[in-house]
Design a protein around this ligand. Structure first.
Ligand code: AMP
Ligand code: GLY
Length: 420
């Protein structure tokens, strides 16, 4: 099978790494890829948000199966365009991607399907939104409707902050994303992520994870795309996972099917858990980054079989078989991230790191220049390890981190603190 992975971050390196281990994989391409991915797959620069350009590439390389990494190509309709041309593709149609692209749409689906989530109201003008905030009081959560790269959410602990957020969003701080605003009840609890593969009808759980969104130790400072993650999430016990399937995942899939838009791909449910009950915070329609890195480390080669079965509508009877182990990933980022940072610093020491089924340094923002590895992004490396316990996974991962020589980079030293 000739396979193409779209994307070029740590998530895609982990996907490529898992897929390459499967004997079914005869040829592997990645667009655009990065320096780490280039060691396993043939990388090419390509505008992956252009359905026509991706299709031409697929035809030229005689690709049999396409795996879409990030949400942007899904929102742009790349997956459905490929499918219309007979290409087996993992990832939802544009309509399915709305679950991530529109918070209001997700809320509507939840209401229709009876999925437990925060109470909410939807606004298209600032005056009504302000009045609602005044009436509800704080804490309260203000969200720009639409993709805002994780920056469109303000969890306001007081009314003044909430009103400021409403004004900022209607003033166009998030572009067109702010033209509509969802205001939600504040949910207390512990957050965890739940991942299922879907083929339109059937869903197969493929693991749970928790990430660290804040840049600083002790979960302080500004939000980032994620500074580290581990799997499984201890708070999501097997019993709670069963309930999440029954109360959240299956009702959602049935509602989507009823509307004529069955969901195929990975559904990533962000959950808030309190006193043994889970409520939905949000859906994403792609793997989390860096959560994918820990999921792939635990799944290995079977990830390809499962994604292929999802794309073929063949998940019935499938299950993920994972060893009773734990994985952790530590994100190494450029100093300054998530604010402004320098690009172009040289990273060394990577050649000393093991590359095994238990230890892998996934690349995110890197490129290779004259034989050197250069940092080209905010999040740059995802040092990932597996162990029989979370502690063992953590010790192995931090040991690897200590081998990396990169004075322009930093990482959090407390990934997994809550679980450990
Ligand atoms: P979202 O983009 O919807 O995932 O929101 C980003 C983050 O904001 C979540 O991961 C939560 O930490 C927080 N958040 C969002 N909605 C709520 C809510 N209703 N109550 C409490 N925290 C929330
Ligand atoms: N790490 C959070 C996300 O991928 O959305």
């Amino acid at each position: 099978m000739r396979i193409l992975v779209l994307g070029g971050g740590g998530r895609e390196h982990a996907l490529v790494w898992a897929v390459a281990q499967n004997p079914k994989c005869d040829a592997l391409f990645c667009t655009p890829g990065n320096a780490g991915i280039a060691e396993i797959a043939e990388c090419h620069d390509l505008d992956i948000n252009s359905p026509d350009l991706v299709l031409s590439f697929v035809q030229e390389k005689e690709v049999d199966f396409v795996i879409v990494g990030p949400e942007a190509p899904l929102v742009a309709g790349v997956a459905e365009h490929l499918r219309r041309h007979g290409i087996l593709t993992f990832g939802p149609d544009k309509r399915g991607a709305e679950l991530e692209a529109s918070k209001n749409y997700t809320k509507e689906i939840c209401a229709a399907a009876g999925v437990p989530t925060a109470n909410y109201a939807h606004f298209t003008d600032a005056e009504a939104a302000r009045a609602y905030v005044q009436a509800q009081g704080a804490p309260i959560v203000i969200k720009a409707d639409g993709l805002a790269a994780g920056k469109g959410v303000v969890v306001a602990m007081d009314v003044e902050t909430a009103l400021d957020a409403v004004d900022t969003m209607f003033d166009g701080a998030f572009g067109t994303a702010g033209a509509e605003v969802v205001i939600e009840e504040f949910m207390e609890g512990e957050e965890a992520s739940f991942f299922v593969l879907c083929d339109g009808t059937t869903a197969v759980p493929i693991g749970t994870a928790q990430d660290h969104k804040r840049v600083g130790e002790g979960d302080t400072g500004p939000n980032t795309g994620g500074m580290g993650a581990y799997s499984p999430a201890p708070i999501l016990t097997p019993e709670l996972c069963d309930r999440v399937m029954d109360e959240i995942i299956y009702p959602t899939l049935r509602e989507l099917q009823k509307r004529g838009t069955p969901f195929q791909g990975v559904l990533y449910a962000g959950l808030m858990i309190k006193e043994g009950h889970a409520r939905l915070v949000e859906y994403n329609v792609r793997f989390g980054d860096p959560e994918c890195q820990v999921l792939m480390m635990r799944l290995g080669a079977q990830a390809l079989d499962l994604m292929e079965a999802a794309a073929r509508g063949d998940l019935e009877g499938c299950a993920a078989n994972w060893a009773k182990d734990h994985a952790m990933t530590i994100v190494m980022a450029a100093k300054g991230y998530p604010g402004s940072y320098e690009k172009g610093s040289v990273i060394s020491g990577l050649e000393h790191l093991p590359k095994t089924s238990k230890s892998m340094c996934f690349h995110a923002g890197t490129s290779s220049q004259e034989g050197k590895i250069i940092a080209t992004g905010g999040r740059v490396l995802n040092v990932t390890a597996r162990g029989e316990s979370l502690r063992e996974a953590r010790d192995r991962a931090y040991e690897m981190v200590s081998e990396v020589e990169w004075s322009e980079g930093f990482y959090r030293k407390d990934i997994g603190w809550r679980a450990l």
